[in-house]
Design a protein around this ligand. Structure first.
Ligand code: ZN
Length: 79
């Protein structure tokens, strides 16, 4: 019979959790960041001035509509 005392069990559980969250962070920081960078290079990243929602438009349509607050955003306005 395998006996595991409470200290070993807690440390094993914490180690598994740390490895799991480390892996999730790695996936979020490296994999998803690469996907976002790809999308931003393919389209135009805009921020809605009313609700600050981030919109990625393809640049083909003249008027972009915010999917969150349904307000129209004009294209071609630069500072
Ligand atoms: Zn909005």
């Amino acid at each position: 019979m395998i006996t595991i005392d409470i200290a070993l069990g807690v440390s094993l559980c914490l180690s598994v959790m740390i490895i799991f969250f480390g892996f999730m962070w790695f996936k979020y920081a490296v994999v998803d960041d690469g996907v976002n960078r790809e999308a931003s290079s393919a389209g135009i990243v805009r921020q809605c001035p009313y609700c600050s929602h981030i919109i990625i438009s393809n640049g083909k349509t003249e008027v972009v509509r915010c999917p969150l607050c349904q307000s129209y955003l004009e294209e071609g306005i630069h500072d």
